[in-house]
Design a protein around this ligand. Structure first.
Ligand SMILES: *Cc1c(COP(=O)(O)O)cnc(C)c1O
Length: 416
């Protein structure tokens, strides 16, 4: 069932490409509405969403509980700034701190703002608590990282597209290979204030660390007197089958960074969550955001925390994720070379003989499945956690068909 896209839809794409900066390469579909795991384009074609806006929509499009809370709050008050206290703010930050087993929350809007905030906090902690000499602090980061797009955050990216023509860069970061505890140990000096790590590297292609890596980072950070910052913006809030991925490996970082799904697919909400020793260092005027922690964001964020408190979404990700991975494993050797990930999150490497992952994703789109490529050969899969087993079958069957179709067009004999 190939999706026919109208001339009107094509014109809508042209309008966007004409007036919008070209900083993305979207799939050729113009979405008009969404519900649960499904998106509908301007022609009325339906697509199963296997991306969830990079995990910003973990709980489904237009989740009725979250939309209700948002609409009610919009009718009350949406934005106050932090110049006054707001009624939804307290319940949100108490619930979020409790959910994470921490004492305090610093709310922001986008993920990269949470990352930036944590870097400022780590430096401040380094100077005021650890006693690092002024302007000497350094922070250890991982190769292949993705933490967002500001100048400071791309300063420690190793993606040429992300860094090209944007220098000069912010100093004070030391990069080590992801998964290499000895390299972290060797890079730390008396001026190191933090280790920043993605518990699973999402953008890099859903790269899971070697067993023992995250506990090892925790052990080194504690022994050497530096903070461990876990960027759970993509791995957190149910995606991997637990509230936070760190919980699955028994690790408690000093700071959690949250974003994406924290806004329930409704508004941008991010946060740094940690204990008073670090978050308590901020005094009025030392950091802030006009929109951070606004009444609408807090109301939605609280509803997200309440949803996670039941454990239902985490259980879905665990159970359905096991099924998804079992099915994807069946494609290895049939156009797929490797599958990584955990829960409802997978990086699927397409055999280079079949061409780039982008072309596979375009064919999936024609069959009504939205999935996005990354780094040439990888298809990233992260369906909303409300998806069903039957819907997972639809997507995996479509992928199997596309791989078989491309193989036969190229005259390749599928192995397996
Ligand atoms: C998406 C992402 C970010 C950046 O979030 P934005 O909301 O796009 O600024 C940071 N860290 C990780 C791990 C992410 O996946």
């Amino acid at each position: 069932m190939t999706k026919a896209r109208s001339a009107a839809q094509q014109r809508a794409i042209e309008q966007i490409e004409t007036y919008g900066s070209h900083n993305y390469h979207p799939l050729p579909v113009v979405v008009e509405s969404g519900s649960g795991a499904w998106l509908t384009d301007v022609d009325g074609n339906r697509y199963l969403d296997f991306l969830s806006a990079y995990s910003a929509v973990n709980f489904g499009h237009s989740n009725p509980d979250l939309v209700k809370v948002a609409v009610e709050q919009l009718g009350r008050v949406a934005i106050t700034s932090r110049a006054v206290y707001s009624a939804t703010y307290g319940p949100f930050i108490q619930a979020l701190a409790t959910l994470c087993g921490k004492q305090m929350v610093l709310p922001m809007n986008t993920g990269v703002e949470a990352v930036e905030s944590s870097l400022k906090l780590a430096r401040k902690w380094g100077y005021e608590v650890k006693g690092v000499p002024e302007d000497q602090a350094n922070i250890i980061v991982m190769e292949g990282n993705f933490h967002g797009r500001t100048i400071s955050v791309i300063s420690f990216s190793d993606d040429d597209d992300a860094t090209g023509s944007y220098g000069p860069f912010t100093p004070g970061f030391l990069k080590v290979p992801y998964g290499d505890l000895d390299a972290i140990e060797a890079a730390i000096d008396e001026h190191t204030v933090a280790i920043l790590v993605e518990p699973i590297q999402g953008e890099a292609g859903v790269i899971t660390p070697p067993p023992g890596f995250l506990p090892g980072v925790r052990e080194i950070a504690t022994r050497r007197g530096v903070l461990m910052i876990a960027d759970e913006i993509q791995s957190g809030l149910g995606r991997t089958g637990s509230t936070l991925y760190c919980q699955q490996v028994g690790v408690v970082p000093d700071l959690y960074l949250l974003g994406k799904a924290l806004g329930g697919g409704v508004v941008p909400v991010s946060a740094v969550v940690g204990d008073e020793e670090v978050l308590g260092l901020l005094r009025p005027g030392q950091h802030g955001s006009t929109f951070g922690g606004n009444p609408l964001a807090a109301a939605v964020g609280l509803a997200v925390v309440r949803l996670l408190e039941t454990g239902e979404m985490q259980a879905r990700s665990r159970d359905l994720g096991a099924y998804l991975h079992e099915r994807l494993a069946g494609l290895v050797g049939r156009g797929v070379t490797e599958v990584r990930g955990i829960g409802l999150w997978a990086g699927v490497d397409v055999d280079p003989a079949l061409g780039p992952a982008r072309a596979i994703c375009e064919r999936l789109l024609d069959r009504g499945i939205i999935a996005k490529d990354t780094h040439g050969q990888t298809i990233r899969m992260a369906p909303p956690l409300v998806i069903t087993r039957e819907e997972l079958d639809l997507a995996v069957d479509a992928l199997a068909e596309v791989l078989a179709e491309v193989s036969s067009e190229l005259g390749l004999t599928p192995v397996g």
